[in-house]
Design a protein around this ligand. Sequence first.
Ligand code: SF4
Length: 64
Amino acid sequence: MKLHVDREACLATGLCTAFAPEVLDLDEQGELVILDRTPPPHLLDDVRQAVRGCPVRALRITED
Ligand code: SF4
């Protein structure tokens, strides 16, 4: 599983970071940072919630 962000769509709201703080964060410039593109199994539910919680659907999971 790999996590991707569409940078053009992302509004840097930070909502997703609340669901998966071990994987997603905002940097000092307010840009979204993916801390781990291939999160471990115990974080997958959090990541899926973050994907679902993004208001502009900027996050995407692929199974590669
Ligand atoms: S919730 Fe969506 S728009 Fe907001 S920071 Fe995360 S990816 Fe970007």
